[in-house]
Design a protein. Structure first.
Length: 262
Protein backbone atom coordinates (compact mmCIF):
# COMPACT_ATOMS: atom_id res chain seq x y z
CA UNK A 1 0.00 0.00 0.00
CA UNK A 2 1.49 3.41 -0.94
CA UNK A 3 2.50 5.94 1.66
CA UNK A 4 0.00 8.60 2.68
CA UNK A 5 1.30 11.75 1.00
CA UNK A 6 -1.42 13.99 2.47
CA UNK A 7 -1.83 12.72 6.03
CA UNK A 8 -4.87 14.67 7.18
CA UNK A 9 -6.49 11.32 7.90
CA UNK A 10 -4.90 8.01 8.77
CA UNK A 11 -4.31 5.57 5.92
CA UNK A 12 -5.35 2.34 7.60
CA UNK A 13 -6.67 1.15 10.94
CA UNK A 14 -3.94 0.27 13.43
CA UNK A 15 -5.03 -1.97 16.31
CA UNK A 16 -2.21 -3.35 18.45
CA UNK A 17 -1.54 -4.82 21.85
CA UNK A 18 -3.72 -7.49 23.36
CA UNK A 19 -0.97 -7.78 26.00
CA UNK A 20 -1.81 -9.21 29.41
CA UNK A 21 -0.55 -7.05 32.26
CA UNK A 22 -0.40 -9.17 35.40
CA UNK A 23 1.56 -9.99 38.52
CA UNK A 24 3.42 -12.74 36.72
CA UNK A 25 5.09 -10.46 34.21
CA UNK A 26 4.51 -6.74 34.49
CA UNK A 27 4.35 -5.33 38.03
CA UNK A 28 6.17 -1.97 38.29
CA UNK A 29 5.78 -1.58 42.03
CA UNK A 30 7.63 1.67 42.85
CA UNK A 31 6.05 5.10 43.27
CA UNK A 32 9.35 6.66 42.19
CA UNK A 33 9.42 4.63 38.93
CA UNK A 34 8.65 7.53 36.59
CA UNK A 35 10.86 6.68 33.62
CA UNK A 36 9.44 3.38 32.40
CA UNK A 37 12.80 1.69 32.79
CA UNK A 38 11.55 -1.13 34.94
CA UNK A 39 12.12 -4.47 33.24
CA UNK A 40 8.46 -5.34 33.77
CA UNK A 41 6.93 -2.61 31.62
CA UNK A 42 5.85 -3.74 28.17
CA UNK A 43 5.45 -2.29 24.67
CA UNK A 44 1.76 -2.30 23.72
CA UNK A 45 2.01 -0.41 20.41
CA UNK A 46 4.59 0.71 17.84
CA UNK A 47 3.85 3.44 15.31
CA UNK A 48 4.14 2.84 11.56
CA UNK A 49 7.82 2.65 10.58
CA UNK A 50 7.35 4.85 7.49
CA UNK A 51 4.90 7.62 8.37
CA UNK A 52 4.04 7.17 12.03
CA UNK A 53 0.62 6.49 13.54
CA UNK A 54 -2.24 8.21 15.32
CA UNK A 55 -3.36 6.55 18.55
CA UNK A 56 -6.84 7.34 19.75
CA UNK A 57 -6.92 5.41 23.01
CA UNK A 58 -5.80 2.48 25.08
CA UNK A 59 -8.41 -0.01 26.24
CA UNK A 60 -7.82 -2.04 29.42
CA UNK A 61 -10.05 -5.11 29.73
CA UNK A 62 -9.97 -7.18 32.92
CA UNK A 63 -9.59 -10.97 32.65
CA UNK A 64 -10.85 -12.04 36.09
CA UNK A 65 -10.62 -11.24 39.77
CA UNK A 66 -8.01 -8.55 40.44
CA UNK A 67 -7.06 -6.06 43.14
CA UNK A 68 -6.92 -2.31 42.58
CA UNK A 69 -3.87 -1.02 40.74
CA UNK A 70 -2.74 1.76 38.44
CA UNK A 71 -1.49 1.63 34.85
CA UNK A 72 1.51 3.82 34.12
CA UNK A 73 1.72 4.93 30.51
CA UNK A 74 4.82 6.12 28.66
CA UNK A 75 5.71 7.19 25.14
CA UNK A 76 9.08 5.95 23.94
CA UNK A 77 11.09 7.57 21.15
CA UNK A 78 12.02 4.21 19.65
CA UNK A 79 15.58 4.19 21.00
CA UNK A 80 15.12 1.85 23.97
CA UNK A 81 14.02 2.65 27.49
CA UNK A 82 15.21 0.10 29.98
CA UNK A 83 18.06 -0.78 32.21
CA UNK A 84 19.51 -4.02 30.88
CA UNK A 85 17.26 -6.97 31.68
CA UNK A 86 19.55 -9.77 30.51
CA UNK A 87 22.47 -11.09 32.53
CA UNK A 88 26.10 -10.45 31.74
CA UNK A 89 27.50 -13.39 29.75
CA UNK A 90 30.02 -15.41 31.74
CA UNK A 91 33.17 -17.48 31.10
CA UNK A 92 34.06 -16.21 27.65
CA UNK A 93 36.79 -18.39 26.16
CA UNK A 94 38.50 -18.56 22.80
CA UNK A 95 39.91 -21.72 21.24
CA UNK A 96 42.30 -21.00 18.35
CA UNK A 97 42.81 -23.24 15.35
CA UNK A 98 45.33 -23.18 12.53
CA UNK A 99 42.55 -24.09 10.08
CA UNK A 100 38.93 -23.31 9.33
CA UNK A 101 39.19 -19.66 8.38
CA UNK A 102 41.29 -16.84 7.01
CA UNK A 103 43.18 -15.51 10.05
CA UNK A 104 46.93 -14.98 10.06
CA UNK A 105 49.17 -15.58 13.07
CA UNK A 106 48.11 -13.00 15.67
CA UNK A 107 46.83 -12.43 19.22
CA UNK A 108 43.16 -11.68 19.83
CA UNK A 109 41.43 -10.45 23.02
CA UNK A 110 37.63 -10.35 23.35
CA UNK A 111 34.65 -9.37 25.51
CA UNK A 112 30.97 -10.14 25.03
CA UNK A 113 27.72 -8.53 26.19
CA UNK A 114 24.10 -9.56 25.74
CA UNK A 115 21.40 -7.37 24.17
CA UNK A 116 17.89 -7.62 25.61
CA UNK A 117 14.49 -7.33 23.92
CA UNK A 118 14.65 -3.54 24.12
CA UNK A 119 18.00 -3.35 22.34
CA UNK A 120 19.83 -2.40 25.54
CA UNK A 121 23.24 -4.01 26.14
CA UNK A 122 24.32 -5.56 29.42
CA UNK A 123 27.71 -4.93 30.95
CA UNK A 124 30.57 -6.73 29.23
CA UNK A 125 31.93 -10.05 30.38
CA UNK A 126 35.37 -10.45 31.84
CA UNK A 127 37.96 -9.97 29.13
CA UNK A 128 39.78 -13.01 27.80
CA UNK A 129 43.53 -13.31 27.91
CA UNK A 130 45.51 -13.41 24.68
CA UNK A 131 44.13 -16.00 22.29
CA UNK A 132 47.05 -16.86 20.01
CA UNK A 133 46.19 -17.85 16.45
CA UNK A 134 49.05 -19.63 14.67
CA UNK A 135 48.64 -19.80 10.91
CA UNK A 136 51.47 -18.74 8.64
CA UNK A 137 49.30 -19.55 5.62
CA UNK A 138 46.36 -17.40 6.73
CA UNK A 139 43.74 -20.10 7.30
CA UNK A 140 43.31 -19.80 11.08
CA UNK A 141 40.11 -19.36 13.11
CA UNK A 142 38.88 -18.95 16.72
CA UNK A 143 35.92 -20.64 18.39
CA UNK A 144 34.43 -18.28 21.00
CA UNK A 145 32.15 -19.72 23.72
CA UNK A 146 30.30 -18.15 26.65
CA UNK A 147 27.44 -18.96 29.00
CA UNK A 148 24.03 -17.92 27.67
CA UNK A 149 22.27 -14.96 29.30
CA UNK A 150 18.70 -14.88 30.55
CA UNK A 151 16.14 -13.01 28.43
CA UNK A 152 18.49 -12.72 25.47
CA UNK A 153 19.58 -14.60 22.38
CA UNK A 154 21.52 -11.69 20.88
CA UNK A 155 25.13 -10.85 21.73
CA UNK A 156 27.79 -8.33 20.82
CA UNK A 157 31.27 -9.89 20.63
CA UNK A 158 34.04 -7.29 20.49
CA UNK A 159 37.54 -8.27 19.45
CA UNK A 160 40.91 -6.53 19.35
CA UNK A 161 44.65 -7.21 19.29
CA UNK A 162 45.28 -6.55 23.00
CA UNK A 163 43.64 -5.83 26.35
CA UNK A 164 41.00 -3.07 26.30
CA UNK A 165 41.70 -2.34 22.64
CA UNK A 166 38.59 -3.89 21.12
CA UNK A 167 37.59 -1.65 18.24
CA UNK A 168 35.37 -3.89 16.13
CA UNK A 169 32.56 -6.32 16.74
CA UNK A 170 30.47 -9.25 15.60
CA UNK A 171 26.70 -9.41 16.09
CA UNK A 172 25.81 -12.97 17.18
CA UNK A 173 22.15 -14.01 17.19
CA UNK A 174 20.53 -17.19 18.44
CA UNK A 175 23.65 -18.83 19.87
CA UNK A 176 26.22 -18.43 22.65
CA UNK A 177 29.06 -19.65 20.48
CA UNK A 178 30.72 -18.12 17.43
CA UNK A 179 33.45 -19.22 15.07
CA UNK A 180 35.54 -16.26 13.98
CA UNK A 181 37.07 -16.89 10.58
CA UNK A 182 37.94 -13.31 9.61
CA UNK A 183 38.72 -10.06 11.38
CA UNK A 184 35.53 -8.10 12.07
CA UNK A 185 34.84 -5.03 9.97
CA UNK A 186 32.02 -3.41 11.96
CA UNK A 187 33.26 -0.54 14.09
CA UNK A 188 32.29 -0.46 17.77
CA UNK A 189 29.96 2.47 18.41
CA UNK A 190 29.88 4.49 21.63
CA UNK A 191 26.78 2.53 22.65
CA UNK A 192 28.80 -0.70 22.70
CA UNK A 193 32.08 0.70 23.96
CA UNK A 194 33.64 -1.15 26.89
CA UNK A 195 32.10 1.10 29.53
CA UNK A 196 29.76 -1.54 30.93
CA UNK A 197 26.01 -1.27 31.35
CA UNK A 198 24.15 1.61 29.70
CA UNK A 199 20.96 3.20 30.99
CA UNK A 200 18.76 4.91 28.43
CA UNK A 201 16.16 7.55 29.35
CA UNK A 202 14.09 7.77 26.20
CA UNK A 203 10.60 7.59 27.69
CA UNK A 204 8.04 10.34 28.25
CA UNK A 205 5.80 9.65 31.23
CA UNK A 206 2.38 10.86 30.07
CA UNK A 207 -0.12 9.57 32.60
CA UNK A 208 -1.70 7.14 35.02
CA UNK A 209 -4.99 5.29 34.92
CA UNK A 210 -6.67 3.84 38.00
CA UNK A 211 -7.82 0.25 37.52
CA UNK A 212 -10.46 -0.96 40.01
CA UNK A 213 -10.99 -4.00 42.17
CA UNK A 214 -12.89 -6.59 40.14
CA UNK A 215 -14.50 -9.88 41.10
CA UNK A 216 -14.51 -12.28 38.19
CA UNK A 217 -17.91 -13.46 36.99
CA UNK A 218 -19.32 -15.87 34.42
CA UNK A 219 -22.73 -14.14 34.41
CA UNK A 220 -21.95 -10.43 34.67
CA UNK A 221 -19.93 -8.34 32.23
CA UNK A 222 -16.57 -7.38 33.67
CA UNK A 223 -15.35 -3.81 33.14
CA UNK A 224 -13.12 -2.29 30.52
CA UNK A 225 -11.46 1.09 31.09
CA UNK A 226 -10.35 3.45 28.33
CA UNK A 227 -7.42 5.87 28.47
CA UNK A 228 -7.76 8.63 25.81
CA UNK A 229 -4.58 9.42 23.88
CA UNK A 230 -5.50 11.32 20.70
CA UNK A 231 -1.86 11.72 19.81
CA UNK A 232 0.22 11.28 16.66
CA UNK A 233 3.56 9.54 17.06
CA UNK A 234 6.56 9.73 14.70
CA UNK A 235 7.72 6.58 12.88
CA UNK A 236 8.75 3.66 15.12
CA UNK A 237 7.83 5.40 18.39
CA UNK A 238 6.19 3.18 21.00
CA UNK A 239 3.63 3.18 23.77
CA UNK A 240 4.84 1.43 26.92
CA UNK A 241 2.69 0.40 29.89
CA UNK A 242 3.31 -1.10 33.32
CA UNK A 243 1.21 -1.68 36.44
CA UNK A 244 1.84 0.16 39.70
CA UNK A 245 1.26 -2.97 41.76
CA UNK A 246 0.48 -6.64 41.30
CA UNK A 247 -3.02 -7.72 40.32
CA UNK A 248 -3.46 -11.47 40.67
CA UNK A 249 -1.29 -14.51 40.13
CA UNK A 250 -3.20 -15.61 37.03
CA UNK A 251 -5.43 -12.67 36.09
CA UNK A 252 -4.75 -9.13 34.98
CA UNK A 253 -5.67 -6.48 32.42
CA UNK A 254 -5.37 -6.85 28.66
CA UNK A 255 -4.18 -3.60 27.07
CA UNK A 256 -5.04 -2.86 23.42
CA UNK A 257 -4.28 0.31 21.44
CA UNK A 258 -6.76 1.75 18.95
CA UNK A 259 -5.68 4.12 16.19
CA UNK A 260 -4.56 4.37 12.61
CA UNK A 261 -1.33 4.39 10.58
CA UNK A 262 -0.56 7.33 8.28
Amino acid sequence: MPANINPIFTRIADIQGGVLLSQAAFGVGAISEMFGQNANTVIVATSDVTNGSYFQKLRFKVTGTVVATVARIYINNGLGQHQPTSNVPQTLTGTPSGTGGFLLTQNLVAKVCSVDQWGVPSAFSTETGNVAVSSATGIGSVLWNWNASSNSNTYILIVGPSSNSQEEYFLVQGANTFTQTVLPTLEVSAKYASNGAIQLYNNFYIGDLSLPVVTGSLTTAMPEVDYPLNIALPPSWKIVVGLGTTTNVSNGWICTSVGGAY
